[in-house]
Design a protein around this ligand. Structure first.
Ligand code: HEM
Length: 340
């Protein structure tokens, strides 16, 4: 048998690759003689990466704030990358080792393994939120944040995409539009559901009832893209994918465990770690400080109030009634709003 790593074999394979596209292999081989070696700094584009932290003030802790947001967005990117592969049923690996399109069916094991990765990404985010809770001086934060008004993490496109790609849209609405569209007085067409997503309701000023500028700016930039994304994922979001599996696969305990973990991490544990940072930094002298995004955040952010559940069929009624309760009580008893 021919050694697949022999020079002869590799040259043959290269020859096939180049001739398939009408290219001259010898020219490419000559190019290898002159090409530079790949460096770490070029490969990960380090120089560019390190120019992306651009504080608006001279407060040193603003760099911590910006960088940690960027780290979070990169984890969000990885999360969406895994979701996209589940949505596409995973790649077909051809005999020649190359990637050749998407599989026809989703393998429950692949689904479970990719969910594990997503849960790991979020574990890291939940664990590391302390970088902002304890790792910034409140006095500095309260000053530099005024320079970034009305910007807010509320405007994170990737966070909204993760929510939308994780479940069916009606489970993200504030008016409880149901699956079959039979709930009285509620429009259940896709656009109405999109208009009623929970965060649109949350982003109103308490005094006037008007939408916050943070929210209208976000919509101006992203609502067309986000609606298109939601439409694309209406048939291939994680809940739809789970429900399309054969009955036996739906009962797979590892898959159910990972989906439940995902529900808890995105809808309780991360929001709670995030909420802690708001309590620590936006509470002073027994008063709540206005958020940069202008929401009534102490009523809007706690997971117990949002009651967002991606996979209601995987939880008992009691578990749903107690959603976020245990965690909230535990966390709130240990939070001491930071001193200024
Ligand atoms: C000191 C740290 C932080 C504070 C004090 C804080 C505060 C807030 C507040 C008050 C809101 C409510 C919307 C508003 O009125 O602005 C909010 C929303 C949000 N923030 Fe943060 N935040 C912090 C860090 C982060 C980080 C690191 C991220 C990562 C991307 C993030 C992402 C979000 C998201 C996605 C929302 C919308 C949540 C929802 O709709 O349920 N935040 N934040």
């Amino acid at each position: 048998m021919r050694d697949k790593n022999s020079i002869e074999n590799l040259i043959n394979l290269l020859g096939e690759k180049y001739s398939a596209t009408g290219q001259d292999m010898n020219s490419y081989l000559e190019g290898l003689l002159y090409a530079n070696f790949q460096n770490y700094w070029d490969y990960i584009d380090l120089d560019t990466l390190l120019t992306l932290q651009k504080p608006l003030t001279d407060f040193p802790d603003e760099v911590v704030f910006i960088t940690y947001h960027q780290i979070t967005e990169l984890y969000f990117k990885l999360t969406l990358h895994e979701i996209e592969q589940i949505a596409g049923n995973g790649h077909v690996i051809l005999d020649n080792g190359k990637i050749g399109g998407w599989n026809e069916r989703l393998d429950p094991l692949f689904f479970t393994e990719r969910l594990k990765r997503m849960n790991r990404y979020f574990d890291n985010l939940i664990e590391s939120f302390d970088v902002l809770v304890s790792g910034m001086e409140k006095d500095q934060f309260l000053k530099f944040r005024m320079a970034l008004l009305p910007g807010s993490g509320f405007q994170s496109l990737q966070f909204r995409k993760i929510e939308i790609a994780s479940t069916d849209l009606h489970l993200l609405t504030h008016n409880g539009a149901n699956e079959t569209g039979t709930k009285k007085g509620i429009n259940t067409d896709f656009e109405s559901r999109f208009e009623n997503m929970y965060w649109k309701k949350g982003a109103v000023e308490l005094s006037s009832g008007n939408r916050t500028l943070t929210s209208t700016q976000f919509e101006k930039k992203y609502s067309v893209d986000l609606l298109a994304f939601a439409k694309t994922y209406s048939e291939k979001n994680l809940r739809a994918k789970y429900r399309s599996l054969p009955e036996s696969a739906k009962k797979n305990s590892s898959l159910i465990r990972e989906l439940r973990q995902w529900d808890v991490k995105v809808n309780i544990n991360w929001p709670l770690a995030h909420y802690k940072s708001a309590v620590k930094h936006l509470h002073r002298d027994a008063e709540y400080i206005k958020a940069t995004g202008g929401t009534n955040w102490q009523k809007y952010l706690p997971p117990r109030f949002q009651m967002k559940v991606f996979y209601p069929e995987l939880w008992s009624e009691k578990e749903k009634n107690d959603w976020g309760k245990e965690w909230v009580e535990e966390t709130m008893s240990e939070i001491k709003p930071g001193k200024s």
